[in-house]
Design a protein around this ligand. Sequence first.
Ligand code: CP
Ligand code: NVA
Length: 308
Amino acid sequence: MSNPNDNLPRHFLSLLDLTPEELHRLIRRAIELKRMLHEGESYTPLGNKTLAMVFEKSSTRTRVSFETGMTQLGGHALFLSPRDSQLGRGEPIEDSARVLSRMVDCIMIRTFEHEKIERFAAHSKVPVINALTDLLHPCQLLADMQTYLEHRGDIAGKTVTWIGDGNNMCHSYINAARQFNFKLNIACPEGYDPDDSILQPARDHCLIIRDPMEAATGADVLVTDVWASMGQEEEQLKREKAFRGYQVNDQLMAQANPDALFMHCLPAHRGEEVTASVIDRADSVVWEEAENRMHSQKALLEFLLCQD
Ligand code: CP
Ligand code: NVA
C-alpha cells in the first residue's frame, strides 16, 4: 500500500530538514558544481523548471545567487514582491501556496515570521526554500560550511565562536553545530540570547559565554552579524549600546587560533560588529563566502528538484 506521505515534497526551511549525511553530500556537490562552472562546463538539468522567489524583505546576495543559479542550471527564476503581487494585499498565505505551487517547480521565500513559511510549505505541492525568516537563515549556513571545508577541511570537532545577537544567523549556527558536529561558543549580551527552543536541543554542542574574549579563545572560526536585523531598524541606537564590546576586532581575532577564519553573512557594518581591519584583510574569506551562496544553492536546487 502506498504511503500518503510519499508524494509530499521535501522542503528546506531549516538545516534540520536534511540529514547530516545529506548536508555533507550537498556541500561536496556544491564544490563540484563550482569547479564545473569555473572550468566552463555547462550543466543544465533544470530546463523548463521555474523557481518563484518571494521577497518580503530586501536582498542582494540571496536574490542574485538564486536567480543566477537557476539560469546556470538551465531554468528560470521569477521575482515576486508583496508590493506588486496579491501577497501584499492580504491574499491568504495558504491560497498563494496552493496557486503558485500549481505553476512553478520550487518556491523560495524571504519573510518575517517563521510560522508563515511553515504554513506556506504545508500547502505547497512543490519544495519550499527558506531564504531567511526572523528565526533562521539556513541557506547562508550551506555557504559558510562550504567555505570552511574549502579553506580548512572538515569542521567536525572544531570550535566556532558566534559574537553578537542571538538572531536568525545565530540560530542557524546552532542548528549547524548539531548537524556538522562542531562546538559553538555564543557570546551575546544579556537580553539578546538565542531562542531557547533552538538552543536547548543543541546544548551538547553549544555554550553561552558572555565575555567575547573568553568565548573567542582557541576558536577556529569567529562569526558575527549586524546588531540590528531587518525589521529592527528602530532599535538601532539601543542595540549599538547593548552590543558595544561585542565587536570583532584585531584584539578579538588574536584570541582565536592563528589560522582562524572570520565569517560574516553580509551586509556588514564596519565600525559596529566588525572592524575594517578584520573584514578587509587580504586573506578575508567573506567574498568567497558570498559567492558560495550561489554554488551551494545550486546544489540545493539540484537536490530538491532532481531526485528520482
Ligand atoms: N547574506 C544575505 O542573505 O544577504 P542578502 O540579504 O543580500 O540576501
Ligand atoms: N540577521 C540579518 C541577516 C541578513 C542576511 C537580518 O535578518 O537582517
